[in-house]
Design a protein around this ligand. Structure first.
Ligand code: 13P
Length: 339
């Protein structure tokens, strides 16, 4: 196995002051995002949008890596340079989403299991040859009165560990993402209880399948009130509950924890990350791997117009800079008003 390379790459991904841009929206998801700004999801519009993000000057000071969707991994920038080369040339590591999405789990009450293990060894070899240095697999766990079941947690944890083991065999750092959704009406306490069960199961499977903890990253949800819950926990409470949960379940050997934003507003996702990093020194680096919370203002500014590219890049750079500050615990709300 590529032990030292995996360890070095994982550490470089969470180097102080940097986080990850998740730009790996699948064809269905990017269609929704572009529809939100009245832009049709054609290959050339998707390419133009990703070109805008990846050519933003200065972002390399705040972003260590970008998660790509397969189409983008093999796509070229406007100037003909493959995106992978363009990113690597700027010191940004290219990564790749390798799961095939969450599907209904048989014999369940509409719970989900993430697919994509068949043929993954061969795909990983191709992705690595194309320049991918890390990968992502997202499991989706829903909270409801009767959910999640141990059955759903178990199959997803097992698949995450199988994926992680295959990645490491290929010399690709796995980002292990068990996402507990934050859309329900559940309390923060219920989110903590479910996140605890999920992380316990995931690390038990990672150990059983001999995944090298030093050569992977965890991408969890924050412990937070469900969006529909009438009482929303404050920023400090979210930070404390999130850290309590992570400290109970994530071994210190894991070099970094890179949060997803999961539908939080962009500024709240930044404030939460900052508060987490103000709780004192932790065994792992704590940073971001945001999709929506890094991209939403840029998408809104762009609206598919060439004339808006600069404004969109400024909006993206600002979110990257502010989240970088939050990863150091040095963010303040005043930074939102700074030019
Ligand atoms: P969000 O930050 O929009 O939740 O996306 C992160 C991600 O990669 C989800 O898989």
């Amino acid at each position: 196995m590529h032990r030292q390379e995996l360890i070095d790459t994982a550490r470089e991904m969470v180097v102080a002051g940097k986080g990850i841009l998740a730009a790996d929206e699948s064809t269905g998801t990017i269609k929704k995002r572009l529809a939100g700004i009245d832009v049709e999801s054609t290959e050339s519009n998707r390419q133009a949008y990703r070109n805008l993000l990846f050519t933003t000057q200065g972002v390399e000071g705040f972003i260590s890596g970008v998660i790509l969707y397969e189409e983008t991994l093999f796509q070229k920038a406007h100037d003909g340079t493959p995106f992978v080369e363009l990113l690597a040339g700027r010191g940004i590591m290219p990564g790749i989403k390798v799961d095939m999405g969450a599907k209904t789990l048989a014999n369940s009450n509409d719970e989900m299991v993430t697919e994509g293990l068949d043929g993954l060894r061969e795909r990983l070899a191709d992705y690595r040859a194309a320049g991918a240095r890390f990968a992502k697999w997202r499991a989706v766990i829903d909270i409801a009165a009767d959910k999640p079941t141990d059955y759903c947690i178990g199959v997803n944890a097992s698949a995450l560990a199988r994926y992680a083991a295959l990645c490491q065999e290929a010399g690709v750092v796995p980002i292990v993402e068990p996402e507990v959704l934050m859309d329900g009406d559940n309390s923060i306490e219920r989110c903590e209880e479910v996140t605890s069960r999920v992380l316990q199961a995931v690390f038990s499977e990672l150990a059983a399948q001999q995944v090298l903890l030093e050569g992977m990253l965890l991408k969890p949800n924050m412990v937070i009130s469900g969006k529909q819950c009438s009482t929303q926990a404050g920023v400090e409470e979210v930070a404390q509950a999130t850290l309590r949960c992570l400290r109970r379940h994530v071994p210190a050997a894991v070099p970094g924890i890179v949060f997803l934003s999961g539908g939080q507003s962009d500024e709240l996702a930044t404030a939460h990350l900052n508060a987490v990093n103000r709780q004192g020194v932790q065994p792992w680096a704590l940073t971001f791997s945001y999709g929506r919370a890094l991209q939403a203002p840029a998408l809104a500014a762009w609206r598919g117009q060439q004339a808006n590219v600069e404004a969109a890049q400024r909006a993206f750079l600002k979110r990257a800079r502010n989240n970088s500050a939050a990863s150091r615990g040095e963010y303040s709300a005043d930074m939102e008003n700074a030019a």
